[in-house]
Write a new protein. Structure first.
Length: 258
């Protein structure tokens, strides 16, 4: 039985492993390009209301807050919220933040009105019922607003196991390996996310594969490349098929009708 994952026990390690790595740098770079597209769709003339749902330390939402917008960040982990507060304070952004200790499914109880932009990044794969959580967050998007969803891609997980020769693990249904504490509990099928957004009446504005090939490169490879080349190539391929659909994560953003 999968339960919603609380990162109280791993908050420091999680922040370091997710953000302080080449993987994290690729993720931040390609997703931020999409965020800039989203902000271009929304009217930044007045401060926007942002919800960072399951936001961890709020690395991306801090960049948005630096543009003058107001952020509500919620997380199931109290320890993660403490880290977030420290990081936000370092950037002198505390006045623009409201931190809420609650599951994403209950954040509606803490909001006075729907928001302009919901960030729901790398959370679905840690939840017992990810689609239900997504549906709950769609209710928090105002008409004309946008939701930005990044999820651990089932197809990327399957492909990674294929190229590593883990065929028995695939035949067993790719159960979560508990010894890898920072590996998500499950892969999310992209078509389920796209279908949920479209059935709720939203228009998908863009899709991006996050790490379309980096994670498939073997550590013992003798290829001729630098990290800068990898990052540039990821940016070239991340919005093209078939690479997009092989991303270890997929970022999709959609707009609610007025």
């Amino acid at each position: 039985m999968i339960e919603d994952r609380n990162f109280d026990d791993l908050s420091q390690k999680f922040a370091k492993n997710i953000y302080g790595t080449a993987k994290g740098q690729i993720r931040q770079t390609v997703v931020w390009q999409d965020i800039e597209q989203i902000l271009a769709v929304l009217n930044e003339a007045t401060p926007l209301r942002i919800l960072d749902a399951g936001g961890g330390i709020g690395q991306l939402s801090q960049k948005i807050a630096q543009r003058g917008h107001h952020v509500t960040l919620c997380d199931l982990s109290g320890e993660m919220l403490k880290l977030a507060e420290q990081e936000i304070a370092k950037k002198d952004l505390l006045e623009q933040y409201r931190l809420v200790h609650c599951p994403v499914q209950q954040i509606g109880e803490h909001l006075e009105q729907p928001v302009d932009l919901v960030l729901f990044h790398a959370v679905m794969e840690w939840l017992a019922d990810p689609i239900a959580a997504l549906e709950a967050l769609l209710e928090q998007v105002k008409p004309g607003g946008v939701i930005s969803v990044m999820f651990y891609n089932y197809n990327g997980l399957l492909f990674k196991n294929l190229v590593c020769g883990n065929l028995t693990h695939i035949e067993e249904g790719m159960p979560h390996r508990k010894r890898f504490k920072l590996q998500p509990q499950q892969g999310i099928k992209p078509e389920e996310v796209y279908s949920c957004l479209e059935k709720s009446g939203l228009t998908i504005l863009g899709k991006t594969g996050v790490r379309t090939f980096h994670d498939y490169m073997q550590n013992h490879m003798v290829g001729d490349y630098s990290f800068e080349q990898v990052l540039e190539m990821e940016q070239q391929l991340c919005r093209q098929e078939p690479y997009l659909s092989l991303g270890r994560y997929i970022h999709v953003y959609a707009q609610k009708p007025y």
